[in-house]
Design a protein around this ligand. Structure first.
Ligand SMILES: [Zn+2]
Length: 715
């Protein structure tokens, strides 16, 4: 994604991704954009992962130098485990926080950049994936040619818009603009600047088949609030947006750009009024509306649906998911009620806006000044090569992923992580069996669901086929258009075929993880399988404390109050009994009270309610990972390493994976707005595990001690 606007409710977008940060695609983009942070003071701290090898277990894989052993673990476990790392780590000047995920992202970015430059230097055969990567990247990097072309690559599109004379032609043009650019449930992406977003995904009532979902879209700012909100911040952005629209139209040679901008913003404000708020969009229980093809004209009058769907390649579909029915009806109505000239100005502006990052400097700069700087607060436009890496990754993600894993993720590492995943699933099954609070019926459903769980590790078994994608050297904008259309047609072609459960929704070079509720699957891309999360050469205790607990965290989400909505087959059906839900909520309250007592900044406590779901997942994940580690030992004793017992190393591995340091403003923002507890406080999950008390000899009277009856056990 370019620096286009992103959905604002970022706390909600990460519902099914493991780490804070926006959508997965955006995360890749951000990671790539940070590739040049090469002289970071924190590098010293990263590099100090203990290098000593041990005959039985390989490297320890834990940063002993980052500990502060002057404090007792029972008094301040965060300090004990990662205190010196926090003391010696400087936050990079352009970042507001720094920690494990950011460090992995930086490393991945550097690798992806190097791979792409290597491919660009080599001369791969015509038609090969590598040639496409090279040509896409090189075309974008050819700034001289792009300057010379000015707005000319866009002119055919603008002429076509100018030629629209009827409502039917307008409906056609709107339909032709659709792309597959949203994914609410898995990636948390629900913003599209196009009039509607298409998402081809499992039918909520029958996960064995696909349903084409239509989502609200069409706004040039991230959300309806930007158009309707009364705060001075939004009011100021609206003024800037109007000026931005006029500037873009003027750059493209339109007459009367101010008057046109006024019409565009009025139209978008009407669209915004039709939109539903983010909270409704992410509530899947409100999204399961099916409109049959013959009903469209009655359910959502206004659009000429036949023209719209024909242009979108969807006219033969018998049924559609209307994700936000009232919004779709409102948008459809506006296509008929608003004057055609306003729609033509609207289409022209959006065509320019979409193309701008691939056009000459005045377009690209103006695009960034509004979308990147004014809306998103990014201080500077990323350097050209970073944008080039981003755009190429977006167009040819799996082709690049293939190169990435060939170089950095050997099959042996994959097999090892898969083995860990299978132990985590076995351990969770055993914990389900032992649960005394869950009723027999709910438990039977849970076991059925767990049996259908899959963990996809590293990279897909079958790589995406890019042979139908034409990339032309020297045609940066044309390449972009063909790549998004190629992706759209790939999505549409899935309709009517059985669901492909082997498809990957994240590229291997994405530093994140994903839980897909309709598939009961967890995706762990190769890039996240790096220290401190996972190190194939490291001690198993450390790996289970880190990756094992992260995996366990994701697994529990399949069974908690969110997971309760999707059954064993991934269909939308709540399978929890009332009594079980009541018990769950009562235990959740106890854990919430525990977290609410933490005070990271003077006067500012963690909100245990807001972070409840994630804290429960941390707790269940850590407990499950500990059991899984035991399973991995198969009764064999594990040795001491560097004077630490296996149990101690397990908890140290967990702690190290959540080491992080914040600027106060960033810490405040996360506490106030986020559903995740700030990383260092996630470490305190350990207080609820009996094994932690025996591991570090934690006794009554120590600051972190909890009496056994106050330790919360949910899973
Ligand atoms: Zn989570």
């Amino acid at each position: 994604m370019s620096e286009g606007p992103k959905a604002p409710a970022d706390t909600l977008t990460r519902r099914h991704v493991l780490f804070a940060g926006s959508s997965a695609l955006a995360l890749t983009a951000c990671a790539v954009a940070r590739a040049s942070l090469s002289r970071m003071p924190a590098l010293a701290a990263t590099a100090s992962l203990h290098p000593k090898r041990h005959p039985e277990v390989g490297t320890f894989g834990f940063d002993v130098d980052g500990m502060d052993r002057s404090v007792a673990p029972g008094d301040d476990f965060v300090r004990y485990a990662v205190g010196k790392w926090i003391d010696t780590t400087e936050i990079p000047p352009d970042r507001s926080s720094w920690g494990s995920v950011a460090i992995i992202q930086r490393q991945t970015s550097a690798r992806v950049r190097a791979l792409m430059e290597e491919v660009a230097r080599a001369s791969a055969p015509e038609g090969s994936d590598n040639r496409k990567i090279a040509d896409y990247f090189t075309s974008f990097m050819d700034a001289v040619r792009i300057e010379r072309l000015g707005s000319s690559p866009l002119l055919p599109e603008l002429h076509a818009i100018a030629a629209i004379e009827t409502h039917t032609e307008l409906s056609s043009a709107l339909g032709a603009s659709l792309r597959s650019d949203v994914d609410v449930l898995n990636l948390g992406v629900f913003y599209t600047p196009r009039i509607m977003g298409l998402w081809v995904a499992e039918d909520l009532d029958d996960s064995a088949r696909y349903r084409p979902y239509l989502l609200q879209g069409g706004l040039g700012m991230p959300d309806r609030e930007y158009f309707l909100g009364s705060s001075p911040h939004y009011a100021q952005l609206r003024t800037r947006y109007q000026a931005h629209i006029a500037t873009m139209l003027r750059l493209a040679g339109f007459t009367a750009p101010e008057a046109r901008a006024t019409r565009v913003i009025a139209l978008e404000t009407a669209l915004a009024k039709a939109h539903v708020p983010v909270g409704d969009t992410v509530d899947v229980t409100k999204a399961n509306t099916v409109w049959l093809r013959p009903e469209l004209a009655a359910k959502a009058p206004g659009l000429e649906w036949t023209a719209f769907l024909t242009a979108a390649g969807l006219n033969d579909q018998p049924r559609f998911g209307a994700w936000q029915p009232s919004a779709l009806a409102g948008i459809s109505r506006l296509t008929a009620s608003e004057p055609l000239p306003a729609w033509k100005d609207y289409l022209a502006f959006h065509a320019i806006e979409n193309a701008a990052p691939f056009l000459s400097k005045p377009f690209a700069d103006e695009h960034f000044t509004f979308n990147g700087h004014a809306v998103s607060g990014t201080p500077r436009q990323p350097e050209r090569w970073k944008r080039g890496v981003d755009h190429t990754s977006e167009a040819l993600g799996e082709a690049i992923g293939k190169l990435y894993v060939e170089r950095y993720f050997p099959p042996a590492a994959r097999a090892q992580a898969e083995g860990m995943a299978s132990n985590v699933l076995r351990a969770f099954a055993a914990r389900l069996d032992r649960l005394d609070w869950m009723g027999a019926e709910t438990k039977a459903e849970a076991k059925k669901k767990l049996a259908n769980f899959r963990v996809m590790v590293g990279y897909p078994d079958r790589w995406r086929d890019y042979s139908g994608l034409e990339i032309v050297r020297g045609d940066a904008y044309g390449n972009r258009v063909r790549a998004t259309l190629f992706e759209y047609r790939r999505s549409v072609s899935k309709l009517g075929r059985p669901v492909d459960r082997s498809e990957w929704l994240m590229t291997p070079q994405t530093v994140n993880a994903l839980f897909a509720p309709s598939q009961n699957s967890i995706t762990l891309p190769a890039a996240i399988l790096a220290p401190t999360f996972f190190d194939p050469k490291a001690d198993a205790a450390v790996n289970y404390g880190a990756l094992g607990a992260g995996l366990g965290h994701e697994v529990t989400h399949g069974f908690d109050d969110n997971g309760a909505l999707f059954d064993a087959n991934g269909n939308l059906r709540n399978w929890w009994s009332r009594a079980d839900m009541d018990h769950f909520k009562a235990e959740a309250k106890k854990l919430a009270d525990q977290y609410s007592a933490y005070q990271p900044l003077p006067g500012l406590h963690i909100d245990g309610g807001q972070t409840s779901t994630e804290n429960i997942a941390d707790l269940g994940g850590l407990a499950t990972a500990w059991d899984a580690y035991q399973l991995s030992l198969q009764g064999r004793p594990a040795p001491m390493i560097e004077g630490f017992t296996p149990k101690q190393r397990f908890f140290l591995g967990f702690a190290q994976n959540y080491r992080a340091t914040f600027r106060p403003a960033a810490l405040r923002r996360q506490i106030v707005t986020d559903i995740l507890t700030p990383a260092p406080y996630r470490i305190l999950t350990v207080r609820n595990l009996d094994a932690w008390y025996s591991a570090f000899d934690v006794r009554p009277g120590q600051k972190l001690y909890l009496a056994p009856d106050r330790r919360v056990k949910i899973w």
